[in-house]
Design a protein around this ligand. Structure first.
Ligand SMILES: NC(=O)C1=CN([C@@H]2O[C@H](COP(=O)(O)OP(=O)(O)OC[C@H]3O[C@@H](n4cnc5c(N)ncnc54)[C@H](O)[C@@H]3O)[C@@H](O)[C@H]2O)[C@@H](O)CC1
Ligand SMILES: Nc1ncnc2c1ncn2[C@@H]1O[C@H](COP(=O)(O)OP(=O)(O)OP(=O)(O)O)[C@@H](O)[C@H]1O
Ligand SMILES: [Mg+2]
Length: 372
């Protein structure tokens, strides 16, 4: 057992359904400690405490090795993750597709998309692998309804999502959601349903627009992860901390922001990705690509959902640890996306697109954690 900030971390490496040998367990424990303290550290208490109390580059590859489950023939469909993306409207069909297909490409078993009726046939046509629910409604389709009928529509939407809720390991809320007020009101109620069922969620894109204006939707929910880009982060800082982004004290500001929102985990995307849960701050700067084509953040949000789910499995094992699964999920996802982006850029240079990066996710994970 190891002590961190006076908290006991016990048996970090036991997976419920993976049944690893004791040497595998020990290796995973050592990986996790190295990952959180830097790659050269040994398991040593004072050093661990020092490393956790300041910002440092996470060893993303070690985290990836630790959280990625082995492919066990005894496992059934669903055990490697069931993810749902809430997003997709008239304007945006690419973003929810990128998030949902990335989850499958990394290794999740099932990936659902809950989107508007207009977006559904388009998203279905991108891939038969996705389970697409055309249930969300925008104002334009219900504006001629009476108030009571509008309430009934909202109840129906919530019922359609809620009947699936308990089956999901994680939601991704926001890629390509749009900003329609009726739709966003439904989504805020979907967040409440997720919290009631203790389902973790990653909030991205227009989901962050919603949350920035109603911070209570995520406040103090430890299973919430926010993944803001430069603009989304600026808006969050202005709203919550009532000041401007301070690049000189980026880590401290991120830590304060996460703390102020009650210890949610925030992954601030940028040249280096910075991750904090209000206590520690970690960065992921390895790999990466100079191409800034749209959609890379969507790959990231789908990936965080999968790795967070896997890290949750680690935590629910009989020798569970107290390490934050959301932090581990963010570090793993950031490392993998940046590796895939660098691989795709090496192949495609200026013409690199988000779909090229998605094609490199499997190869990138395979290099770090071979399937056999
Ligand atoms: N193919 C698709 O369907 C895509 C849809 N997307 C969705 O589009 C919606 C809006 O997301 P956006 O990311 O465009 O919204 P943002 O508010 O983040 O970005 C809006 C504007 O900010 C500018 N900007 C970007 N990076 C900047 C930087 N570093 N400094 C200054 N300005 C910068 C962009 O040029 C853009 O015009 C979301 O729902 C999102 O999920 C995006 O995910 C991209 C792909
Ligand atoms: N300046 C940069 N240099 C290197 N990598 C970057 C840079 N900015 C972002 N990234 C990488 O790209 C990923 C996606 O970040 P980005 O800021 O493009 O998200 P986004 O704007 O939400 O994307 P999307 O177009 O999907 O909405 C980040 O996780 C990060 O690893
Ligand atoms: Mg985005």
């Amino acid at each position: 057992m190891l002590a961190k900030h006076g908290v006991v971390i016990s048996g970090l490496g036991r997976f419920t359904s993976h049944s690893p040998s004791s040497s595998t367990v020990l290796r995973r424990q050592q990986f996790l400690v190295r990952a959180l303290c830097g790659s050269n550290s040994k398991i040593h208490r004072p050093k661990l405490i020092r490393a956790m109390s300041s910002t440092s580059e996470a060893d993303a590859e070690s985290v990836l090795r630790t959280v990625t489950p082995s492919l066990d023939p005894k496992r059934h469909k669903g055990q490697a993750g069931k993810i749902a993306v809430i997003g997709g409207c008239r304007e945006y069909t690419g973003a929810p597709y990128f998030a949902a297909i990335s989850a499958l490409k990394i290794g999740a078993d099932l990936s659902h998309v809950f989107c508007t009726k207009d977006a559904a046939p388009v998203i279905k046509s991108y891939s038969p692998e996705l389970i697409v629910h055309p249930v969300l409604e925008e104002s334009y389709s219900i504006s001629h309804y009476s108030e009571e009928s509008q309430r009934e529509v909202q109840e129906r939407v919530l019922g359609e999502v809620d009947k699936w809720m308990e089956r999901f390991d994680c939601l991704v809320i926001g890629p390509g959601l749009g900003r329609d007020p009726f739709l966003l009101e439904c989504v805020s109620k979907i967040m409440s349903l997720a919290k009631k069922s203790n389902v973790p969620f990653v909030v991205d894109g227009d989901g962050l627009f919603l949350v920035t204006n109603s911070i209570d939707l995520v406040k103090s929910y430890p299973l919430a992860v926010l993944t803001p880009n430069v603009n989304e982060y600026k808006r969050l800082v202005q709203k919550v901390l009532n000041c401007e982004v301070d690049e000189q004290n980026a880590e401290d500001q991120l830590r304060s922001l996460a703390k102020q929102i009650g210890g949610v985990t925030i992954l601030r995307k940028g040249k280096s990705d910075l991750i904090s849960n209000g206590e520690t701050v970690k960065s992921v700067s390895i790999y990466g690509s100079p191409r800034r084509c749209g959609g890379q953040g969507d790959i990231l949000s789908g990936s965080v959902a999968v790795f967070l789910s896997w890290a949750q499995q680690l935590k629910s094992g009989p020798e569970s640890g107290s390490e934050n699964p959301a932090m581990l999920g963010c570090i793993a996802a950031s490392g993998l996306l940046r590796k895939a982006a660098s691989l795709a850029f090496a192949k495609h240079k200026r013409s690199t697109l988000t779909s090229d990066i998605i094609e490199c996710l499997g190869e990138s994970l395979e290099e770090i954690c071979p399937a056999s």
